[in-house]
Design a protein around this ligand. Structure first.
Ligand code: PEP
Ligand code: MG
Length: 768
């Protein structure tokens, strides 16, 4: 059964059309289970019923005509109970309903399994037999397994609009009019971006090549010819180098490869597509993917494994094509940057002022690129898993960073609505700017230090103009992303000096290199199964003292005469890490001052509290460090065991989860007991509701994206510290994150904050 299952899944994955998927399922399941019929019913939101979508065994004319709601028939019963129904004699069951147009009267036994995705019953898969018999356990298990596999495919078809029968209540899906398509993702940085898509893709990934057209087919053909020639030379060299290690048959395979590159084979098809106007890379990847699919579908195991060879060949040629690519990507003035997994290095080449919005198929609100989006005020949507991103090059789009939507081919009417909302938001931002020189004080005169999180030069410049009281978190890994090797000590010194000078005499907290997790340097790859629990942050820098020491030297040398440097250590999990890091910091300081004669103040050194273990060692860390800084982004991920990058579990990543609140309360209480200053630099500090909560708990320093600075200031200036204290007390009694958020929202609602706490929604034009 496992082989059959694998085969069905392979065929389904290879199928291009959703109709084909359904037909494969019903015919294969019928054959493998040796039943009289197999049918699939799919939920239709419009009629609120399960409609026969494909069958093998019932009259084909009944497809699309037979429908049952959850109160009707056995299919309705399976959907209602959301569990399998296995009957020896279907007709005698009280829920049985007869549909003469199907020709089902000849079948006696019935087995139906629900097709469930994210708790929604999307459909029902049914098999029936002519003889009266109960299906056995293994048959039931097989049908359940197939249904579970089918669920993902159906959900995807629904989301991309391939399936007209839409499921109710599914949060992600393509909707809209015929020309207008709306795709959902996760709202990750507020704002509206209207512009043209530019696709950024990872090199040598056949599936990540955007569909680009060309005006200059001759040049593309020449690039292809060159890439094929280079690949042939590579193959011939490998063949030569391996000639004494391989047998004759294996050697012959290289000849087959080379022959496949001939004009009469793969290359011939690619040439045709280029002549029709496709770019060489797009044409090559399209042809190769089609061939991989064909090989995978072949019955013969040997042939289906040849798919891997075609893929390998495809990647080799693509690599040469990408190397020879002469046309640099052009970023129009209204660039909407789209990628499968957008990351900070992708931003390096793009002129900042041209970026209107960012969209990533993978990742969530808490991914680093989303944090950068917020820092720079660029509307960002992450986790747009169903977006046909490779096909969007050059398309006119709206990105709605409030609702987490991408609208392709928007109508003039919709563009108008978005334009209006965008203007409204800009006017709010402008009004908030008036707060620039006002003190960061609550109504009862309590001062809260508001600092900024920085990383890119662009966001540093923005921050400085917004009256921040210094930098609470400079993510030093960001400049590291923008190099193609580790920056030298002197290169780093210059970057740090600029940062320290821009804010002097205000403090600048520089975090030592925090790579690993979702932050891989292109020139220092870390391949791990479980990167967030792996080699990350301080673990890497302690294992590589040469990298750590160069960074510490650069930071300290950069601070000469300014003396506003604070150093922050990421991912500290135990005291020995902190001791080792402190020892290296002191060593560097001593070397610089005593051996090299620099005149320096010893910087203050802090530890991040961002893993659960650290919450329980606040006092131990406080004995060793000058200050503590809470990283709520990672603390939430580790406390709730929810990957901050995984859209599948994004709803579980709740920044107001009661456990997080209790952890935050414990941290501030323990830090106060030992008189250690503690600030918060995670995203919670930049959410006006989160900031209110933290101030209420007693935190006196918050660091946030500069885009949020005025919003938090507006909140602060319209509430009293006493009131926030009471609110914090109350919410800590609640046991659910959603309730906590709602409570905060209601408790803080007042006319001066309405526009801030209830932004205008683009869908209705009303306040949410
Ligand atoms: C955090 O984890 O809260 C934090 C501020 O660091 P980063 O988001 O860079 O991991
Ligand atoms: Mg962190």
């Amino acid at each position: 059964m496992l082989t059959s299952l694998r085969r069905i899944v392979q065929e389904v994955t290879a199928a291009e059309q959703f109709d084909t998927v359904l037909n494969i399922i019903v015919s294969q399941v019928k054959t493998v289970m040796n039943t009289g019929m197999c049918s699939v019913y799919l939920y239709d939101a419009a009629s609120q019923s399960y409609v026969l979508a494909a069958t093998e065994g019932l009259h084909p004319e009944s497809v699309g005509k037979v429908a049952m709601n959850t109160d009707q028939g056995l299919v309705g019963l399976v959907a209602r109970k959301a569990e399998p129904v296995n009957l020896e004699d279907a007709e005698s069951h009280p829920s049985f309903a007869y549909f003469p147009e199907t020709g089902e009267e000849k079948f006696k036994s019935f087995l139906g399994a629900p097709i469930i995705h994210h708790r929604d019953v999307l459909g029902v898969l049914v098999v029936q037999q002519q003889q009266r018999r109960k299906f056995d356990e293994s048959e039931e298990a097989f049908l359940i397994t197939i249904s579970a596999q089918l669920a993902g495919v159906i959900a995807h078809a629904q989301a991309t609009g391939e399936l007209a029968l839409a499921t109710s209540g599914d949060p992600r899906g393509a909707t809209g009019t015929d020309s207008e398509k709306i795709y959902n993702g996760l709202a990750s940085a507020q704002g509206i971006g209207i512009g043209h898509a530019v696709i950024v893709s990872s090199p040598a990934d056949l599936y990540a090549v955007p569909r680009r057209t060309t005006e200059d087919s001759a040049a593309e053909l020449e690039q292809l010819r060159q890439a094929l020639e280079n690949t042939k030379q590579d193959l011939s060299k490998i063949r030569h180098d391996l000639s004494d290690k391989l047998n004759t048959e294996e050697i012959a395979l290289f000849d087959v490869y080379t022959a496949m590159l001939d004009d009469t084979s793969l290359a011939g098809e690619v040439i045709e597509l280029i002549k029709e106007g496709l770019s060489a890379q797009s044409a090559w990847s399209q042809v190769i993917i089609a061939h991989i699919r064909t090989f995978r579908q072949m019955d013969n195991a040997y042939m289906s494994e040849r798919a891997a060879d075609v893929r390998d060949l495809g990647v080799r040629v693509l690599t040469h094509l990408q190397q020879s690519q002469t046309d640099r990507v052009v970023y129009p003035e209204d660039t909407i940057l789209i990628g499968e997994e957008l990351a900070a290095p992708h931003l390096a080449d793009v002129p900042f002022e041209n970026i209107r919005a960012m969209v990533s198929v993978r990742g969530t609100h808490n991914s680093h690129v989303a944090i950068l989006g917020r820092a720079m005020g660029i509307p960002t949507v992450m986790g747009a898993v169903d977006l046909p991103w490779t096909e969007l090059e050059g398309e006119h789009l709206i990105v709605d960073g409030y609702q987490g939507q991408i609208i392709c081919q928007p109508s003039a009417q919709l563009l108008d609505v978005y334009q209006r909302v965008s203007e409204e938001q800009q006017s709010l931002a402008k009004d908030l700017e008036a707060l620039r020189d006002e003190p960061n004080e609550t109504l009862d005169g309590y001062h809260v230090s508001l600092r900024v999180n920085t990383g890119l030069r662009a966001d540093t410049l923005l921050s400085r103009d917004r009256g921040a009281e210094g930098v609470g978190l400079f993510r030093t890994e960001i400049p590291f992303f923008l190099h193609d090797r580790f920056p030298s000590e002197e290169e780093q010194r210059k970057i740090y000096r600029e940062q320290l000078e821009m804010f002097a005499p205000l403090p600048v907290t520089m975090r030592t290199l925090d790579i690993g997790g979702d932050k891989a340097l292109p020139y220092f790859p870390i391949n791990e199964e479980n990167p967030f629990l792996g080699w990350r942050g301080i673990r890497i820098t302690l294992d590589h003292p040469e990298i750590f020491i160069a960074q510490l030297r650069a930071m300290m040398r950069a601070s000469i005469d300014l003396n506003n440097l604070h150093i922050l250590l990421p991912m500290i999990t135990n005291t020995s890490e902190l001791d080792s890091a402190m020892a290296l910091i002191h060593r560097v300081y001593d070397e610089l001052t005593q051996e090299e004669g620099y005149k320096l103040h010893m910087p203050q050194v802090g530890a991040m509290i961002e893993v659960p273990a650290a919450v329980y060692q606040v006092k131990d860390f406080a004995k060793r460090a000058d200050f503590l800084s809470v990283g709520t982004n990672d603390l939430t991920q580790y406390l709730l065991a929810v990957d901050r990058n995984n859209p599948q579990v994004a709803e579980l990543y709740h920044s107001f989860h009661p456990s997080l609140l209790h952890a935050l309360r414990k941290i501030i209480a323990d830090a106060r007991d030992v008189n250690c200053p503690v600030t918060v630099c995670g995203e919670l500090a930049g959410d006006p509701l989160g900031a209110a909560l933290l101030i209420g708990m007693g935190y006196e320093g918050l660091s946030m994206s500069s885009a949020n600075l005025f919003k938090v200031k507006a909140l602060l200036r319209n509430v009293s510290r006493t009131e926030l204290g009471e609110i914090a007390e109350q919410v800590c009694l609640l046991d659910d994150g959603v309730d906590i958020r709602n409570y905060l929202q209601q408790a803080l609602d007042r006319p001066a904050l309405t526009r801030l706490l209830h932004p205008v929604t683009t869908q209705t034009g009303d306040r949410a």
